[in-house]
Design a protein around this ligand. Structure first.
Ligand code: GNR
Ligand code: NI
Length: 168
């Protein structure tokens, strides 16, 4: 396994629409394992393939590991099939270092996808897991959390990002 480099804003790969995975081979399994290792090393609670430079529809997440045993999840070609309610909570993104801001999301989601064995998986999620699933699936569409903010807040954060970039 390997820790991969996390692509940061404004890398163009973060703005691409990721391609569907057509079949799960050894290379894809390796990518999923490397993504999990990269996520735990960051540390983060979710990661989408475009964040490591692979424009493919694969996400990994683990929302429970800080409280106990690691519970790694891999989802291939995930799709939100139902959503309910609204909830505002603070989010961060490994591709937007230093930015933490409230984001409005659906409170509950149902997500369908496939695991690494090619079996269909259906997940009912709420709370932090629902939030992370929506955040990761956004990455597959080339969408970042800043796109979900008010214009005024977007403007403020883009100024902050520009300044941070100039100082790198
Ligand atoms: O590590 C992460 N934490 C987080 C917190 C609240 C909502 C979403 C996230 S995902 C983020 C890692 C990341 O950037 N995934 O794409
Ligand atoms: Ni992110």
């Amino acid at each position: 396994m390997a820790v991969l480099e996390i692509k940061k804003y404004p890398d163009s790969v973060l703005r691409e629409k990721a391609k569907s995975v057509e079949n799960v081979d050894g290379k894809l399994v390796k990518l999923a394992e490397d993504m999990l290792e990269t996520m735990y090393a960051a540390p983060g609670i979710g990661l989408a393939a475009p964040q490591v430079g692979e424009s493919l529809r694969i996400i990994v997440f683990d929302v429970g590991h800080s409280q106990g045993e690691p519970e790694p999840h891999v989802l291939i070609n995930p799709v939100i099939t139902a959503s309910e309610g609204e909830e505002i909570a603070e989010e961060g993104c490994l591709s937007l270092p230093g930015i933490y801001t409230n984001v409005k999301r659906a409170a509950k989601v149902e997500v369908k996808g496939y695991d690494l064995d090619g079996n269909e998986v259906v997940m009912q999620a709420e709370g932090l897991m629902a939030r992370v699933l929506q955040h990761e699936i956004d990455h597959l569409e080339g969408k970042l959390l800043i796109d979900r903010l008010s214009r005024v807040r977007q403007h403020m954060i883009k100024k902050k990002l520009k300044k941070a970039l100039a100082e790198r």
